[in-house]
Design a protein around this ligand. Structure first.
Ligand SMILES: NC(=O)c1ccc[n+]([C@@H]2O[C@H](COP(=O)([O-])OP(=O)(O)OC[C@H]3O[C@@H](n4cnc5c(N)ncnc54)[C@H](O)[C@@H]3O)[C@@H](O)[C@H]2O)c1
Length: 461
């Protein structure tokens, strides 16, 4: 009797403790630091999707009126912008109208470049907000933005709101809020907003994409991309803002070179969509050393090596890596695995396919003939000129050529605003995952449900 009483008392005691613990668990909330409201749903971070405003429509496969001569203005003519100006002097159907920078020596230098090539002098705008006067002009079709990362979006929004198309260097945006700002403004103004992701136009990537589209690899289910580039001894000379950004921001701060080409491989928002992302990083070692050496501070939030895994709606797995601190050769990885083959770009480029070879790469001779057979026809037509003009071996020229070709013909651009948003979103999504013990973070559907309407990535002609 007494024993039974003790057992019952114990049961009651444990039940009360369990109830108290479960109440505490329910009350426990994790505050998610994000650029737009976010909450945890079913173990994943979910960011709010803003509603479309009245009059705003999808910009999927958006085409605009053809432009006979594309009048172009460059904002940000440092290292990358000046190289673009140089390339554009070789592109037909454009007129260079204006340059804008913080530094008048750079705009003057650009004028020297174009007049040296026999082109008329362009207007010069100098100052932090001088792009606003430039965008207010009525003789510009395209604003080409190559400033440091934090100024990309304000300038692109100003361009579109003033009736100009915007082309933005990589990453196009640095936060999810900025990604939505680009999408919403493009959808409202019906002006193009593209990301200048030159790595989509490298020869191996374009041939491998074509092979994948022709079924050479079967069903492609695993893809990898990266930006692995030893930069950390040069931050006293170039891109000084980049170290400042990395010191202050954890996450994959430069995802699009690796991510863009593999998104095209998997037809992202053209039949599949990014579902969720999980990230891990290492401590900062060489990043911290660079922070100390160049800024005299002990902290760098960006881990030396960051890895993000992304699962797609169809269950495929994508991996993207970032490391600008390691003593190792440059690599954007670019690997794909399918049910019937494999392609790899770095260090030994190679292809393996069922029927030709199952255990190792095809011979050099077979590789070369596959590359010739699957290089897209439009690339074959311009590749000699691309290599001559240059820009990372020619891919920059091909990117510019395609942008101007599509604008002149009134075609949808190869990379639309949803690409710009999806590829750039990896920065903040990876940071959120890292700050929450690698918790999954749902990737916003920037198409708001339209991701399955266009079937497959293609170049428009
Ligand atoms: N696609 C590629 O291969 C590649 C390569 C290098 C750089 N990039 C990208 O290009 C962009 C520029 O990089 P960079 O190496 O040329 O940097 P940079 O520092 O050499 O040039 C940036 C320029 O922008 C100017 N600028 C800054 N704010 C401005 C404003 N409000 N208005 C006008 N001008 C402004 C600066 O004065 C500077 O001249 C970055 O987004 C970078 O990520 C891309």
């Amino acid at each position: 009797m007494i024993n039974q009483l003790i057992i019952n008392m114990k049961r009651t005691f444990y039940a009360v403790i369990a109830l108290a613990l479960s109440l505490t668990a329910c009350q426990k909330t994790t505050k998610i630091e994000a650029s737009i409201p976010a909450k945890i749903v079913d173990g994943a971070v979910v960011l709010e999707t803003p509603a479309r405003e009245p009059g705003q429509e999808s910009a999927l496969a958006m085409a605009c009126d053809p432009i006979d001569t594309v009048r172009i203005a460059f904002v940000g003519v440092g290292g990358r912008g000046t190289a673009a100006v140089q390339r554009y002097t070789y592109i037909d159907g454009v007129k260079i109208v204006a340059f804008c920078d913080l530094d008048s020596a750079k705009t003057t230098h650009c004028n020297e470049i174009i007049t040296g090539r026999g082109l008329p002098k362009a207007s010069e705008y100098v100052g932090e907000e001088a792009y606003k006067d430039l965008c207010a002009r009525n003789d510009i079709d395209l604003v080409y933005i190559a400033t440091d990362w934090l100024d990309h979006v304000p300038i692109a929004l100003c361009a579109m709101n003033n009736g100009k198309h915007a082309a933005i260097e990589v990453p196009a945006a640095m936060t999810i809020k900025e990604c939505w700002d680009l999408v919403n403004t493009c959808e409202k103004t019906r002006k193009h907003c593209t990301i200048l992701e030159n790595c989509c136009y490298d020869f191996f990537e374009m041939a491998a994409l074509n092979m994948a589209q022709h079924g050479l690899f079967g069903e492609v289910y695993h893809v990898e991309g990266a930006y692995i580039h030893f930069l950390s001894d040069g931050w006293d000379r170039s891109e000084t803002w980049r170290l400042d950004y990395n010191m202050a921001n954890r996450g994959d701060n430069y995802p699009t070179h690796g991510f863009g080409p593999i998104c095209q491989l998997l037809d992202i928002h053209r039949g599949d969509k990014l579902d969720y992302l999980v990230a891990m990083d290492t401590p900062s070692y060489n990043g911290k050393a660079a922070a100390k050496k160049f800024r005299g501070v002990d902290e760098c939030l960006d881990g030396d090596h960051t890895i993000s895994l992304i699962r797609t709606e169809k269950g495929k797995v994508m991996e993207v890596q970032h490391n600008v601190y390691a003593y190792r050769p440059y690599s954007r990885m670019y690997q794909l695995t399918g049910t019937e083959g494999f392609a790899n770009k770095y260090g030994q480029p190679g292809i393996s396919v069922k029927g030709i070879n199952g255990h190792s790469y095809v011979s050099q001779e077979q590789f070369d003939s596959l590359m010739v057979a699957y290089t897209p026809d439009f690339v074959k037509e311009i590749q000699d000129k691309a290599k001559e003009v240059g820009g990372h071996g020619g891919m920059d020229y091909i990117m510019d050529y395609r942008l101007i070709y599509c604008l002149r013909k009134g075609l949808p651009l190869d990379e639309d605003v949803y690409d710009a948003a999806e590829w750039s979103s990896v920065q903040e999504l990876s940071r959120i995952s890292l700050e929450n013990n690698s918790m999954p973070v749902k990737v916003p559907d920037f198409t708001r449900g339209d991701w399955n309407k266009v079937k497959g990535f293609s170049y428009a002609f």
